[in-house]
Design a protein. Structure first.
Lengths: 502, 336
């Protein structure tokens, strides 16, 4: 159905794709996996006409395709559900789904809203989204927006459907529903290309999997012949140990943060916990369960309605992020680094030192020392193994994992001893993920930082945290101790988490 | 991806007053310098009187006013907002200056301080309304523009105020043929460029304009930056008004009526990013010079003055198109 022949694409300094040949058959779900920078995005861009290859061609039904634009690929019957949610926030669900095929009353150009809503309703039913089609998109949760995007792709009746990390914001139930839907499409003869970082999904859902590494195709296998470990090895070219990183052991350590019955209406209710020096406290739960909401109160971005916060034993009144940083040394690595974490157009040095400019400035003139700024940035690049051409490279040009390290380095430069890290490895490749886990563990173990790790990735939180709080429906539903002491297996901890979740 | 190394050395440092996006800025600023030089040479060839001391005096002084007005806008553009009240603040401070000097007979130095204070207060009011009520800068400054304009007309009744002879010194005299106003503005411009590049305050304003959420979550009080930017804008509008009164030898209520358009035009031609985060002091100087030279040139070639605004509109459009073409070109380069 869709065949790629010898695709090559070069960006300055990087061979993004190097002679990749691949074929996607009708009636199959074909996974595409690889680390960030392996060439997946470039490949998707070429197939959808967003970027032209230097060499090679794309055959569709035996005919070579010459895309001039994204619209051309749509016209050919190739549609994509992208990772970043692309919806029009102010319009209705039905408008978003039917945008390019609005039903009009004859040739008048006047939209027949009842008909549009009726058809949209149909697609919503298929993705299992029980909301009226005239709901305004911006009121929807991220997961529901994602489902609308999928409904839109269904409506396009595409013969080839590309899904780029479609489950990143979905609940397990929604994801299962989506998988059922995709299998149905496959059985009707559609080609589905499924890009994902989640191996369990890939192995459970897909028929075949193609692995890319450094712009090369490592190979294509049937998933029935492949184990998770085998897949990981193909991807990174070595085996990964998945055991806990090691005991942090801080039972009697000094108390850094104590939270008592903190409440903010509609966000978090009566949260209480203690965070000690040198430990990593995991916040596990679904998006919207109150984890990030509580974090935003702790850093001073939101104010609590009730409850008390103590920092190092003293009652704290954190008025703003600036205040939290200056008076209490609390740092927050945001959930979405591109929107809230980084000045993308600025050099690395700006992002590393942004929180410490006052310290780099001459006391009298308030001029920032370029020398100190450069030195700190170089140190961070070295210590955190950030892959960059130098301290002044544009932050935008770095990979997700390296950008994430810069987000963390900002708070290391600021010498924060309470660090809240929100979903640090979303969209990060497995090699960088490993490094970030090790980095967080080292910061707690060797530098005595008190860390809160917010994550929806169960293997990650069980592997890195020493204690886990489970959030459900805006409350702390339970606590699991001694995750790091080697007495509990992964299965035991994950079962305990599962009990609190239900 | 290519490494965007910061240019080094004093020359490059002056070319790129913005700490970030240095590469693109210096290219843009260089283009502006070349355009200014071409215009200047063309005018010198076209008109025999152009290089005369008198014309140079008038042209450089007028350019200085454009710089001040453009800076008043650029301070706010840098943090990702806009101010429609730049001219109105100039207007209201002119009235305050007139009241101080003419009606109450205060000493000039005190009158100037009060006028600048009023400018700062007006800017503070804009910034505070924007941050406290979380209203768009467009709406707040639009309302304030009308409020100030109304106050201006109501208080003055439309007639100008007299200013003492001694007050006109700075606006009308020169040092070795260079107007004091121009010298003052050059110094201020250098200070502003340095501030954005090298001081905590300036870098924080650039960061606020670059990505307000990221700046706030990195511990920058972005609200404070917004208020500060509007205060700076108000002070510079007031300063322009004071110098204008000094130049005219009277405090004329209609001062500032054409500043709104000029402030945007010159700031944009000078390469100030409309989405925040980018400013070039040298760019603004060149933008002002280009604006002035084209206005002057239209007079020289005896163009129908009724059409003058159309030419200036085309100039703004051209500046944006050139920038866009440059952007597309540099993206193409990247893809290769």
């Amino acid at each position: 159905m869709l065949e790629l022949r010898g695709l090559s694409k070069r960006f300055p300094g990087v061979q993004a794709l190097d002679g990749v040949s691949l074929s996607f058959a009708p009636g199959e779900i074909h996974a595409l996996v690889g680390e960030n920078g392996a060439g997946k995005s470039t490949l998707i861009k070429i197939v959808t006409g967003l970027c032209r290859p230097d060499a090679g061609e794309v055959l569709f039904g035996g005919r070579p395709l010459r895309f001039q634009s994204y619209h051309d690929s749509l016209a050919q019957g190739i549609d994509i559900v992208s990772q970043e949610i692309q919806v029009i926030p102010e319009s209705t669900i039905a408008e978003n789904i039917m945008l390019d095929k609005m039903i009009t009353r004859g040739r008048t150009g006047i939209i027949d809203w009842p008909a549009v809503n009726r058809v949209a309703r149909d697609y919503l039913d298929r993705v299992g989204l029980a909301l009226p089609p005239d709901t305004i998109i911006k009121r929807l949760s991220a997961a529901h927006k994602q489902l609308v995007q999928i409904a839109k792709a269904l409506a396009s009746e595409a013969r080839v459907l590309l899904l780029d990390e479609p489950t990143s914001s979905l609940t397990e139930h929604e994801a299962r529903n989506l998988f059922g839907l995709l299998r149905g499409l496959r059985d009707k003869g559609a080609t589905i290309i499924f890009v994902s970082h989640k191996f369990e999904e890939v192995l459970a859902l897909c028929d075949r999997v193609s692995v890319l590494r450094d712009g090369h195709l490592v190979g294509t296998r049937r998933t029935s012949e492949l184990t998770r470990a085998g897949l990981v090895t193909m991807m990174i070219g070595r085996d990964v140990i998945q055991a806990h990183l090691g005991r942090l052991g801080v039972d009697g350590g000094p108390e850094m943060l104590r939270v008592e019955r903190v409440t903010r209406a509609g966000r978090i209710e009566e949260a209480s916990f203690i965070l000690r020096q040198g430990e990593i406290l995991g916040f596990y739960g679904l998006v919207g369960a109150g984890r990030t909401e509580l974090a935003r109160i702790l850093i001073g971005e939101d104010r609590p309605d009730a409850g008390a916060i103590y920092v190092r034993g003293d009652k704290a009144d954190i008025r703003s992020v600036a205040d939290g940083l200056e008076r209490y040394r609390i740092g927050y690595v945001t959930e979405n680094r591109k929107e809230e974490g980084l000045l993308l157009a600025s050099p690395i040095s700006t992002n590393v030192t942004i929180a410490v400019w006052p310290r780099l400035a001459n006391r009298l003139t308030r001029f920032i020392s370029r020398v100190k700024e450069t030195r700190i940035t170089r140190d961070m690049i070295r210590d955190l193994d950030i892959r960059a051409t130098g301290p002044f490279q544009r932050t935008e040009d770095l990979s997700g994992g390296n950008q994430q390290k810069i987000c963390i380095s900002k708070w290391l430069a600021a010498d924060c001893d309470i660090l809240i890290v929100d979903e640090p490895t979303v969209g990060v490749d497995i090699g960088a993920k490993e490094q970030i886990h090790q980095l967080l563990w080292d910061l707690a173990k060797r530098r005595g930082k008190a860390i809160i790790l917010i994550s929806s990735d169960m293997p990650e939180i069980v592997r890195v945290a020493s204690r886990i709080l489970v959030f459900r429906d805006r409350r702390i539903a339970g606590e699991i101790d001694g995750v790091d002491d080697g007495t509990k297996t992964y299965a035991e901890v994950s079962a305990a988490i599962g009990r609190y979740l239900n | 991806m290519p490494a965007t190394q910061m240019p080094s050395g004093p020359a490059a440092r002056f070319l790129s007053s913005s700490a970030d996006r240095a590469e693109r800025l210096s290219g843009r600023t260089l283009g502006l310098i070349i355009a200014t030089a071409i215009l200047f040479a063309a005018l010198a060839l076209l008109s025999q009187s152009f290089l005369s001391a008198y014309t140079m005096f008038v042209v450089s002084r007028q350019t200085a006013f454009y710089v001040l007005v453009a800076l008043a806008q650029a301070f706010v553009l840098v943090i990702g907002q806009m101010s429609l009240a730049v001219g109105a603040i100039g207007s209201i401070t002119t009235i305050v200056l007139g009241l101080c000097l003419d009606t109450w007979g205060l000493p000039p130095a005190l009158a100037v301080l009060i006028a600048l204070g009023v400018g700062a207060l007006a800017g503070w009011l804009n910034g505070t309304l924007i941050t406290r009520l979380k209203i768009d800068s467009f709406i707040v400054t639009l309302s304030m523009m009308f409020i100030f304009m109304g106050l201006r007309s109501g208080i003055s009744g439309g007639s100008p105020y007299k200013v003492p002879e001694s007050f006109s010194f700075i606006g009308q005299k020169s040092l070795l043929g260079v107007p004091y106003v121009f010298l003052l503005v050059l110094a201020l411009l250098g200070g502003v460029g340095y501030m954005y590049r090298n001081t905590v305050f300036g870098r924080r304003m650039l960061a606020t304009g670059g990505n307000a959420a990221a700046a706030r979550l990195s511990g920058i009080s972005t609200d404070r930056m917004v208020v500060s930017a509007h205060v700076l804008s108000g002070v510079f509008a007031a300063l322009a008004a004071v110098l204008w009164a000094s130049k005219l030898g009277s405090a004329a209520p209609e001062t500032g009526d054409d500043w709104l358009i000029i402030s945007f035009a010159v700031a944009i031609i000078g390469g100030t990013g409309l989405n925040g985060g980018i400013i070039s002091a040298l760019g603004i100087l060149m933008g002002s010079a280009i604006f002035m030279l084209i206005k002057h040139g239209l007079v020289e070639v005896k163009a129908n003055p009724y059409y003058a605004n159309s030419f200036l509109g085309l100039l703004i459009l051209l500046a944006i198109v050139v920038d866009r073409v440059r952007e597309i070109y540099s993206n193409k380069q990247k893809e290769k």
